[in-house]
Design a protein around this ligand. Structure first.
Ligand code: S3P
Length: 453
């Protein structure tokens, strides 16, 4: 499926409602399903990734009812989960696959986890290896999905380990901690920098005992598992989805946007720190709490943008926002350098490669690095790329003709949305291919975009 964005709004002054946070929505289903009692979720993200997680637990016999963004989960504890009749399909979702591998590793029945083409190419050894050390038995080919998780119905059970993760990954950390709920003894994970802490916050919110010391999180298996009780959860709006409109607000002329009730968990607000470094004008209002997470309205307006260095421990706090921050950087005065972001290479696409191709399609000078890129900003000028020779999109990501830019998102939702935001500030329309993947995380994205006049 493709879409063309050709509109440059004259002025926008709007309140925008961003859907629920993807990471928190996944976890609300998982923890509601393994807890005892009713969990009531509101502002649930009905994107395809989270729906796959919901269907996974329905396949394991959990009664889950969804109506719009409200979900009711009748949790009966780990012991009530039943063997699924079929393979469990997790679509495009790395979070679904990595967290469920940990959660299912200690169960008494076999599960097979599959995914789409992109997910089947992503590295799973980062969870298979530590889970195997805990006693799990997971078969795969070359550490890629499908993953066959064999039953753990014999003794010894899974056993706790201390795992020093080589990468700051919330998916790895969460997978091990969730396996730890079914492991004998203490399971602990240390990470080199702090990754998003939604698992820790929500486990505590559901009543688990968790010990957090700096970059190390520990739990005592059976005790923590037995104390999980159903809860009411109001999910914050997703700051990673808000980021597209933060960048639109900053680069467009005469823009003033209010994004309401966005999650501002400090492990996720690297994008706001980057905006500050880049001189973007924004403020937070109505700071409050939703469940275990802080939220606020974010107000953003047209800004003079400056280049910056984005690296170090900022990276895990804004990793998903880098493609759209690259669009912001291309409208800055001066150079923006993104370093220490090699994890971009193993996201839904190789996001160093796909982001650089998007910038080239827009006529921006950019240099590739193994762990990021150097972007030459063009200081607030609508994108106006010169014509390139026609290229087959199966082999290449883009070409530019006299009257349009054509960009293939490589099936990556965040690349498709970044291209669409760039299309709002372009002399040539941009035709974006494989936009259907936007439904994995932000089904109302194009509807919001269309409301810009
Ligand atoms: C996520 C963690 C991050 C992030 C992903 C969601 C999560 O991945 O990129 O979109 O919900 O735990 P990594 O843990 O691989 O960094």
């Amino acid at each position: 499926m493709q879409r063309t964005i050709s509109k440059t709004p004259k002025a926008i002054n709007k309140v925008i409602s961003i859907p629920g946070d993807k990471s928190v929505s996944h976890r609300s289903i998982m923890f509601g399903a393994i807890a005892k009692g009713l969990t009531e979720v509101s502002n649930f993200l009905t994107g395809e990734d989270c729906i796959c997680t919901m269907k996974a637990f329905q396949a394991l016999g959990v009664n889950i009812k969804e109506s719009g963004d409200k979900v009711l989960i009748e949790g009966k504890g780990f012991g009530a989960l039943k063997a699924p009749e079929q393979e469990i399909y997790l679509g495009n979702s790395g979070t679904g696959m990595r967290l469920l591998t940990g959660l299912f590793a200690g169960l008494g029945f076999k599960t097979i986890l599959t995914g789409d083409k992109s997910l089947s190419g992503r590295p799973m050894n980062r969870v298979i290896q530590p889970l195997t050390t805990m006693g799990a038995c997971i078969n795969s080919q070359d550490g890629k999905a499908p993953l066959v998780i064999n039953p753990k119905n014999q003794t010894p059970n899974l056993h706790g380990i201390h795992y020093q993760s080589p990468i700051a990954s919330a998916q790895v950390k969460s997978s091990i901690l969730l396996a730890g709920l079914n492991a004998d003894g203490i399971t602990s994970v240390s990470e080199p920098e702090k990754s998003r802490d939604h698992t820790e916050r929500m486990l505590k919110y559901f009543g688990a005992e968790l010990y957090i010391e700096d970059l190390t999180i520990s739990l005592n298996g059976p005790n923590s598992k037995n104390s999980l009780m159903g809860q009411k959860i109001n999910i914050p709006s997703d700051i990673s989805s808000a980021a597209f409109f933060l960048v639109a607000g900053a680069i467009l002329e005469n823009a003033e946007l209010r994004l309401s009730k966005v999650g501002i968990n400090p492990t996720r607000t690297g994008v706001l720190d980057a905006l500050k470094l880049m001189n973007v004008q924004f403020s937070l209002e109505n700071i409050d709490e939703a469940g275990a997470e802080p939220i606020a309205d974010i107000l953003i307006s047209s800004s003079e943008i400056k280049g910056a260095l984005i690296n170090g421990d900022l990276i895990p706090r804004l990793i998903d926002e880098i493609p759209v921050l690259a669009i912001l950087a291309s409208q800055a005065s001066g150079t923006t350098t993104i370093s220490d972001a090699e994890e971009l290479r193993v996201k839904e696409s190789d996001r160093v490669y796909t982001t650089i191709n998007l910038l080239k399609a827009l006529g921006i000078e950019v240099q590739e690095k193994p762990d990021g890129m150097i972007i030459q900003g063009q200081n607030k000028k609508p994108f106006n790329p010169s014509k390139t020779p026609w290229q087959d999109l199966n082999e290449h990501s883009y070409y530019v003709s006299d009257d349009k830019i054509v960009f293939d998102s490589h099936g990556d939702h965040r690349l498709a949305m970044s291209a669409a935001i760039a299309g709002l500030y372009s002399t040539k329309p941009i035709e974006i291919h494989q936009v259907e993947f936007v439904n994995t995380s932000f089904p109302s994205f194009f509807e919001i975009l269309q409301s810009f006049e």
